[in-house]
Design a binder for this molecule. Structure first.
Ligand code: UTP
Ligand code: MN
Length: 568
């Protein structure tokens, strides 16, 4: 059998996002921190005990104990063999398995598009610095130098072939077309898509540049020109500003969806760092699903006019089927003629946040919008209202929210609705709690390292020398984590099939009550204990020896030194 190099498997795991992989098969719900939950696909259950950690790239079911990394998930869920799983993941990520030379160019070409777009962004930034009118324009719009820099704003200078001249050569011409920066002329030749525009680079949520929006300096059509759909830019998926929001907020408690690039940036500049915008398209269910992986509350922001209300209703239709317990959706309608950009420059951050506070709930907007569409003073109007509302509510996933909406409807319409059977009492998550006995420092250090491999970077001393069961394993793990960027998932992969695999898996799944902020201290504390133990053991050994025979002068000074520097 051909061996797939371990190194490749690790690279593959780096590329795969376990949350996306699982979510595509078992819809996940954001619960806490970077953890997602669902009902476990590996056993029958009513409440969600299946948890997926984005940080750890690891899943675990509190109910049946199923666990593993992305590879394990696919293997178990799709009943594939290990090599089949690797092939399937390689295909998914566009990577080539080293033993055969086929689909390599796809991932390479993606990478070359990212690289090109990054270089072009730098080019536009340089152009901006050299263009007084572009700088003047941004100043006029109240954008600070720092914010322009942070969002990598640039300027596409006048001229039809700046990009082609600067970046085009035999190997880049096709990629430049592929990423939408050049357009082919019918009569032959190429020209630049973006000219004389302020350029807003669009980042995917991991921070890679995938496209641009370009705004005309003064008036003209179109006001905004966006990159077309390309292999790396899908408008129905991407949200402008999400990368910045994720970066600026350790925990995204809420996200506000606004309409434009400038809205996102102006809000960010005033300290509202959780706004995102779609790019020239309406919000799709896919956008919302993606957002709900990072936050549990979405606030749609619209103009107060009729167009805004209509857009609001459209958004509501998208979000309705996604409404599960634990998520919140609200609607904010701004005063007529204002957008977040214009408003935040008149009002303070506090005033704007006040508006966010007062945004109406989904149910409020829903019933109000329906009432506006029907005449409730007449019987048939009321019947229509109930029918419409009921059809909508029917789309909601089974949840307490659905039940509340039904009750609300029956109250509003004065009609007794045969509501659903009350749901069976839902169990709360029952994590496997840590045993009462505190773990040994070695076990603690090992568990933390398996769960937070980045901890290896905060310990700079040499590791102590200890003859303890499991200490060699710890050293191996530590050195590995020191040299490579690992996740829990990739650590499991490293130990797959080895004797110690079981132990590593167990450590990966241990629930501890250490808050995120305290993890580093606990780890360093455990190492200190281990160092102390190592010292004590050597001292004891030397003292025992000294009671039998005279120590060599070397041993004596070692002993003295150990005793005088003993860690207390
Ligand atoms: P708006 O026309 O509401 O403009 O477009 P805006 O965001 O307030 O822009 P400024 O303040 O005049 O600069 C909202 C969003 O719709 C998309 C863009 O994403 C824009 O940010 N749009 C608009 C286009 O894609 N093309 C257009 O021609 C206009
Ligand atoms: Mn505007």
């Amino acid at each position: 059998m051909e061996q797939i190099p371990r190194e490749f498997i690790q690279q593959l795991l780096e590329r795969v996002e376990i949350v996306d992989l699982i979510d595509a098969r078992v819809p996940l719900r954001k619960k806490s921190g970077n953890n997602y939950f669902a009902c476990c696909p590996f056993h029958n259950e009513k409440s969600a005990s299946f948890s997926v950690s984005q940080n750890k790239q690891f899943y675990h079911c509190f109910g049946c104990g199923a666990h593993g990394n992305a590879i394990d998930f696919l293997m178990n869920h799709e009943h594939l063999t290990f090599p089949e799983t690797i092939e399937s993941l390689a295909k998914l990520t566009g990577m080539e398995i080293p033993r055969e030379k086929k689909s390599a160019h796809k991932s390479i070409s993606h990478q070359s598009l990212y690289d090109l777009l990054t270089q072009i962004t730098q080019f536009y930034q340089t152009q901006l610095r050299q263009s007084p009118i572009a700088i003047q324009y941004l100043k006029k719009r109240g954008i600070s130098g720092e914010i322009a820099k942070e969002f990598c704003l640039g300027y596409a200078p006048p001229g039809w072939d700046n990009i082609r001249q600067t970046f085009g050569n035999a190997t880049t011409l096709q990629p430049l077309l592929d990423c939408g920066m050049l357009i082919k002329k019918e009569e032959g030749g190429y020209y630049d898509r973006f000219r004389e525009r302020i350029m807003f680079p669009i980042h995917d949520k991991r921070g890679r540049i995938i496209g641009f929006g370009g705004r005309i300096l003064e008036t003209g059509e179109p006001k905004y020109l966006n990159s077309p759909e390309t292999p790396v830019f899908q408008k129905g998926h991407e949200l402008y500003g999400l990368y910045y929001a994720l970066r600026a907020n350790r925990q995204l408690t809420r996200v506000i969806i606004v309409e434009g690039y400038m809205d996102v940036i102006a809000l960010f500049q005033q300290g509202i760092t959780y706004a995102v915008a779609t790019m020239g398209t309406a919000t799709t269910a896919n956008h919302l699903q993606r957002l709900f992986r990072h936050t549990s509350e979405i606030i749609f922001c619209f103009d107060g006019d009729q167009a805004g209300r209509t857009a609001g209703w459209r958004a509501l239709q998208q979000v309705f089927p996604l409404m599960r317990d634990g998520i919140q959706v609200r609607f904010l309608f701004l005063p007529d003629g204002e957008d977040p950009d214009s408003l935040i420059r008149k009002e303070s951050k506090e005033q704007f946040e006040q508006r966010i506070q007062q945004a109406v709930s989904l149910s409020h907007f829903f019933f109000q919008a329906l009432a506006n569409q029907t005449d409730l003073t007449h019987m048939d109007g009321r019947a229509r209202y109930v029918k419409l509302a009921n059809d909508f509510i029917h789309q909601l996933p089974d949840s307490f929210f659905k039940k509340m909406m039904q009750e609300e409807l029956s109250k509003k319409a004065g009609i007794h609705l045969d509501s659903l059977q009350p749901r069976a009492h839902t169990k709360t998550l029952n994590p496997v709690l840590t045993k009462a006995k505190p773990p040994s420092p070695l076990r603690l250090a090992m568990m933390l390292l398996v769960q937070y491999p980045e901890l290896a970077q905060c310990y700079h001393e040499p590791l102590p020398q200890l003859e303890l069961k499991g200490f060699d394993l710890f050293c191996e793990l530590f050195n590995l984590a020191k040299q490579h960027r690992l996740t829990t998932g990739s650590i499991l992969e490293h130990w797959r099939g080895r004797e110690e695999e079981k132990l590593i898996v167990k450590l990966a799944q241990l629930e501890h009550m250490i808050p995120q902020g305290g993890v580093e201290n606990e780890f360093l504390g455990a190492l200190k204990q281990l160092n102390k133990l190592a010292q004590t053991l050597i001292i004891e050994r030397l003292l025992a020896k000294a009671s039998q025979q005279e120590l060599s002068s070397e041993e004596k000074s070692h002993l003295n030194q150990l005793i005088s520097t003993k860690i207390v």
